[in-house]
Ligand binder design. Structure first.
Ligand code: ADP
Length: 355
């Protein structure tokens, strides 16, 4: 298995569109790295540069301490799994998986052993004689992964592999990918626009927007300590609630409520007194006790939790309570904000204000 580094990587397409700016990342051996961000943020471009399918305009790519910036794709020892599977329709599952090894002129016993091992891991043993069209979407995706596994590549690249599957299948394939990673201990770089996939799969998340890396960290780091407003709003569903607020000694205030600060938060915001900041609170960090009045618009029961949508004056708020709540439209409820879960952002730089 393998390590990889991208250093100061930029991508400018021929039409002068700069898709990626100064991308820096270290991938450790066996690490599952997820590039996540909205459509157009540059994640596929980055993946394609790693695969060698796009030139790197400037910067370098190092795999296992060897600079491969100029190395052709076939010599990088990387396997890519695409969202559209790219299977050969006229070949059986077995032949699809064996194909790259046949091209490499591997010994037929070795090929058989590798295909059978991959089929075992991917639960495809009973499907080996079928053609792709006779398989479900999830099975096809597994064949595409099998094709990558048999090659024992240094690095696996996944480009939105689950986006063509329906919601239920996506959930089960997500779990399969986790199991697969546990079994193979492979180094993986995985692209998705789905922040849930990023949170569930990644050892390390790279969150991107408009061609720039916004934050790199573990899922928990991005969730609990988003580096800026973009990451705070993108990671987490429903999204964090934000309110422009003014800082005073001991409290913050906005059009909708006044919020007392404990000693720690008061100290944190000391330099911002008299200034505007953005206050943020995740739906689950709102409590059903406090002195802020929320008028309920929708009570959405999800089983173990309830999403309560409401307004404070005209400002929309979403709360997530850990119980089966039964509020009605128009109910006025008291809410509060957990002091150790408050987020504050600098209005100009959008960066998180943290100790
Ligand atoms: P993502 O994968 O995050 O959706 P992409 O990497 O596909 O984003 O695209 C990033 C930016 O680069 C977008 O603005 C897109 O329009 C542009 N882009 C992608 N491919 C090309 C190309 N072949 N030529 C010119 N611009 C491109």
């Amino acid at each position: 298995m393998s390590t990889m580094s991208l250093k100061g990587v930029n991508k400018i397409y021929d039409n002068n569109v700069q898709a990626v700016y100064d991308f820096n990342l270290d991938v450790n051996d066996g690490e599952f790295v997820v590039l996540v961000g909205p459509s157009g943020c540059g994640k596929s471009t980055t993946l394609r540069m790693i695969a060698g399918l796009e030139d790197i305009t400037s910067g370098s790519l190092v795999i296992d301490e060897k600079d491969v910036t100029q190395t052709p794709p076939k010599d990088r020892d990387i396997a890519m799994v695409f969202q559209n599977y790219a299977l050969y329709p006229n070949m059986t599952v077995y032949d699809n998986m064996a194909f790259s090894l046949v091209l490499r002129k591997e010994n037929s016993n070795v090929i058989h052993r590798k295909v059978m091992a991959a089929a075992e891991i991917l639960n495809l043993k009973s499907q080996l004689n079928k053609k792709p069209k006779a398989l479900s979407g999830g099975q096809r995706q597994r064949v595409a992964i099998g094709r990558a596994i048999v090659r024992h590549p240094k690095i696996f690249l996944f480009d939105e592999p689950l986006s063509n599957l329906d919601a239920k299948l996506r959930n089960s394939m997500r779990r399969e990918l986790l199991l697969l990673h546990q079994k193979l201990n492979a180094t993986i770089v995985y692209v998705t626009h789905d922040q849930i996939e990023a949170l569930t799969l990644a050892d390390k998340i790279v969150c991107m927007s408009m061609g720039y890396v916004q934050q790199i960290g573990t899922p928990l780091e991005l969730y609990d300590h988003p580096a800026n407003l973009f990451v705070a709003g993108f990671i987490g569903l429903p999204s964090m609630n934000f309110v422009d607020s003014k800082v005073f000694d001991g409290y913050i205030e906005n059009e909708y409520f006044k919020l007392k600060l404990d000693e720690k938060n008061n100290e944190l915001l000391k330099d911002y007194r008299g200034k505007e900041i953005v206050f943020g609170i995740r739906p689950e960090d709102i409590t059903e006790e406090g002195d802020t009045k929320l008028t309920v618009t929708v009570n959405e029961n999800l089983g173990q939790t309830t999403l309560v949508h409401g307004v404070i004056k005209d400002k929309k708020f979403v709360c997530k309570f850990k119980r089966w709540a039964t509020y009605k439209e128009g109910d006025v409820i008291n809410i509060g904000f957990k002091q150790d879960k408050l987020h504050f952002f600098d209005k100009e730089t959008t960066k998180a204000i943290e100790a």
